[in-house]
Ligand binder design. Structure first.
Ligand SMILES: [Zn+2]
Length: 131
C-alpha cells in the first residue's frame, strides 16, 4: 500500500509512465546515460553497469523475431480466451530483448529474424509483421 492510499505499490508507480505511454500507443524503453545501453523490461538501475542514471526513451517500435512458441492452453485469465496465441521474444532495434506476443502471424508461419512492428492491444505492446 503506497503512502497516498491508492494501493499502487512502488514498482507500479515506477512503471506507470511505461503503461501510460503504451495506452497512448507509444513504446518506452530505458536508456542508461552512463554506458549508453538500453534495456527492457524497465528497471531503476542499468542492468549493464548498475548506474542509476537511467531515463525513459521512446522506442522506434521496430524489432526482429528471436524466438516464439504457440501456446494452446493457458488457464490464467485473460489468456484462456485467447488461445492459441504466439508467445514471442523479440529483439528491439534499440537492442533490448523483450518478451511479448506475436499477432497477425500464425506460429507456423513465423520465421526467425522476420521484421516486426509494435502495435497495441488493450494498452499492451504486441508485435506484428511489418517494417
Ligand atoms: Zn549503464
Amino acid at each position: 500500500m503506497s503512502a497516498d492510499g491508492s494501493g499502487v505499490p512502488g514498482a507500479d508507480a515506477f512503471t506507470r509512465p511505461y503503461w501510460e505511454a503504451a495506452a497512448a500507443g507509444r513504446l518506452l524503453i530505458r536508456r542508461c546515460r552512463d554506458c549508453g545501453r538500453a534495456h527492457h523490461y524497465p528497471r531503476e538501475f542499468c542492468p549493464h553497469c548498475w548506474s542509476a542514471e537511467v531515463a525513459w526513451e521512446e522506442a522506434s517500435g521496430r524489432a526482429v523475431l528471436y524466438t516464439w512458441s504457440t501456446v494452446h492452453r493457458n488457464d490464467l485469465p485473460p489468456f484462456g480466451g485467447r488461445t492459441p496465441y504466439v508467445a514471442a521474444v523479440v529483439d528491439l532495434a534499440e537492442g533490448p530483448r523483450m518478451m511479448t506476443e506475436l499477432v497477425g502471424c500464425a506460429g507456423e508461419d513465423a520465421v526467425a529474424g522476420m521484421a516486426l512492428r509494435v502495435t497495441f492491444r488493450d494498452g499492451v505492446p504486441v508485435f506484428a509483421p511489418g517494417r
